[in-house]
Design a protein around this ligand. Structure first.
Ligand code: SF4
Ligand code: SF4
Ligand code: SF4
Length: 576
């Protein structure tokens, strides 16, 4: 590999030839501001805020390659004035009423203004708000859009959905869909990756916090909350805690203080999922059913499959996602156990995922005319409610989930990271097939962040399961094309729509590109979940969950049985 040595702000740095000035500077620990830039995804140099002097000429650092002996200055008077001018031009077309913006205090444009020392500008003017609900999950406000193109590229290159586009020309240009068609009529998978990659407040989830407050204040309602595994790995970030801090106990305490009657854990239903999905897989392997069987926990993936691979719908596990299994069980078994009229129960789920908002509205996800889940909010919306209630989150004591539906295993908590569902399934399958309580519960072959992975796991003597995993639309497409061609030799495939899995879901706290250049957020959040798994020393396998055992003994009777099929399984539909 040929390398290049250059000087950036009087520091020598050696990098591979072809590196951009921006990446070289980041390697040297020198900060150059960016707005439109996303490493490997949007490297187009369109906003030009990253201008620097390179060998005394002005260059756009995110696209300009380094050369031997180059001298780069990132902070000269000329550079700062140019950046200020660019910033003022952006602001001249921007609805900058920060105090009522969803991204206030977590906005890359706002931070840039501070960094540049812009305290006043003649170009600031007021704009009419253009907020519009563009899908069951997404709200867009083009008056705040800076036309950086990050959402367009992420939707296309990372998620392979390709539903966003620039429309119009020059100062009339705006981001929408192709021909400005309604987003919900297109193959948008509601993943929210456009939201978490938007540097400003132009995109946000459909906010349902007011609906949650309304039911919490309704004495006739028995409001139960369930929280997905990945939420606990990221919620603390909203309160200034380091990325990767698990906050399970504080989260339970906060939910109780918000007024939920019961604080339950979606991890319980993740354990149930393993019982159901594992049984389904064994049945397909033994009876010659459709293989490879593909997981169905990720609603973004399900919609992706319905649009793009309708011929593979029979490969999907029929299991509902843990969110919906939990809702269906709460309104049947729990209602009966606790003596509550199921019609009085409101199930609120807290999810790392915007697609869950779409999922709860799917017509097939109800039992006896009752929705499984009534309202799904994101990790960000939960943080908003905690702030609205003036709860000092960091000072909360660690509390536990409520009994029974708050009981879970280490296998369930790793559902939140790519590879986690597969590993949880393998822990149970290996025990069941070998008839032993195996001591090795960690399957490192299926861990990691590589986009497509495969492994061969011996689950009992003489029986090897061939498995594969993919996360993020572009990786999923590679694997599904292989399945479609009939050349995929796998028994079982885990798919998660978001890159990294639910820990990086579209409903998680938003981390700026600058911080992401310093910290691998997915790695840190994954560590938080694996540490929770290790702490669950007593039970790290789903089939060991004593409350899940009781559920089957006293109510469901058997996995994949008649009642399970009624409550916990579903079907899918081909979409255009
Ligand atoms: S996008 Fe950023 S700069 Fe614009 S109004 Fe919102 S917080 Fe302020
Ligand atoms: S939610 Fe996902 S699929 Fe839909 S527009 Fe955003 S990035 Fe694209
Ligand atoms: S919506 Fe956000 S990410 Fe998309 S172009 Fe506008 S500012 Fe950029």
């Amino acid at each position: 590999m040929s390398v290049v040595t250059l000087t950036i702000d009087n520091q020598q740095v050696t990098v591979p030839a072809g590196t951009t000035v921006l990446e070289a500077a980041r390697k040297a620990g020198v900060n150059i501001p960016t707005l439109c830039y996303l490493k490997g995804i949007n490297e187009v140099g369109s906003c030009r805020i990253c201008v620097v002097e390179a060998n005394k000429s002005i260059q756009t650092a995110c696209v300009h390659p380094v050369s031997e002996g180059m001298v780069v200055r990132t902070n000269t008077k000329r550079v700062r004035e140019l950046r200020k001018g660019i910033f003022e031009l952006i602001i001249a077309n921007h609805n900058a009423d920060c105090t009522i913006c969803a991204r206030n205090l977590n906005c890359e444009l706002q931070r840039l203004g501070k960094e540049l020392g812009v305290e006043t500008t003649p170009y600031l003017k007021s704009y009419p708000e253009e907020e519009e609900i563009v899908s069951p999950t997404i709200v867009r406000d083009n008056s705040r859009c800076i036309n950086c193109g990050r959402c367009v590229r992420v939707c296309d290159k990372v998620q392979e959905a390709g539903v966003l586009a620039f429309n119009g020309r020059s100062d009339k240009m705006f981001v929408s869909t192709f021909y400005d068609a309604p987003l919900e009529e297109l193959s948008c998978i509601n993943c929210g990756q456009c939201i978490v990659n938007c540097p400003v407040g132009a995109l946000k989830e459909k906010d349902q916090t007011a609906e949650v407050w309304a039911v919490l204040n309704d004495p006739a309602k028995y409001v139960i909350v369930q929280t997905a595994p990945a939420v606990r790995a990221a919620l603390g970030e909203e309160f200034g805690m380091p990325i990767g801090t698990p906050v399970t106990g504080k989260m339970a305490a906060a939910l109780r203080r918000l007024g939920f009657k019961k604080v339950f854990d979606t991890d319980f239903a993740a354990d149930v999922t393993i019982m159901e999905e594992g049984t389904e897989l064994l049945g397909r392997v033994e009876k010659g059913g459709v293989l490879p069987m593909i997981t169905s926990c990720s609603p973004g993936w399900i919609k992706f499959c319905e649009h793009n691979y309708p011929d593979l719908l029979d490969n999907l596990s029929t299991c509902k996602s843990p969110q919906n299994m939990m809702g269906a069980l709460l309104k049947s078994h729990y209602a009966e156990m606790a003596g509550i009229n199921p019609d009085d129960i409101v199930v609120v789920s807290v999810m790392p995922c915007t697609a869950k908002k779409f999922e709860v509205g799917r017509e097939e996800l109800e039992v006896d005319g009752r929705r499984d889940v009534d309202i799904s909010i994101t990790t960000r919306e939960l943080a908003k409610m905690i702030k609205q209630a003036d709860i000092d989150f960091t000072k909360l004591p660690d509390e536990k989930f409520d009994e029974f539906y708050g009981d879970s295993t280490g296998a369930a908590v790793i559902f939140g990271v790519t590879g986690g569902v597969m590993e949880a399934a393998l822990r149970t399958l290996a025990d069941i097939l070998s008839g032993k309580d195996l001591q090795n519960v960690e399957y490192h072959d299926v861990r990691g962040l590589e986009g497509v992975r495969e492994a061969e796991i011996e689950v009992k003597e003489g029986l090897k399961l061939k498995v594969a995993l993919a996360h993020g639309g572009s990786n999923i497409k590679k694997l599904m094309d292989q399945v479609r061609s009939g050349k995929a030799p796998y028994h079982f495939i885990e798919v998660m729509a978001c890159p990294g899995g639910c820990i990086m879901g579209g409903g998680q706290p938003i981390v700026s590109d600058q911080v992401r250049s310093e910290i691998d957020v997915a790695v840190e959040r994954a560590k938080a979940l694996y540490s929770e798994d290790e702490k669950a020393a007593e039970y790290r396998k789903s089939h060991q969950n004593p409350s899940v055992k009781r559920l089957y003994d006293e109510y469901l009777k058997e996995p994949n049985g008649h009642l399970s099929h009624k409550l916990l399984h579903t079907h899918y539909q081909k979409r255009g």
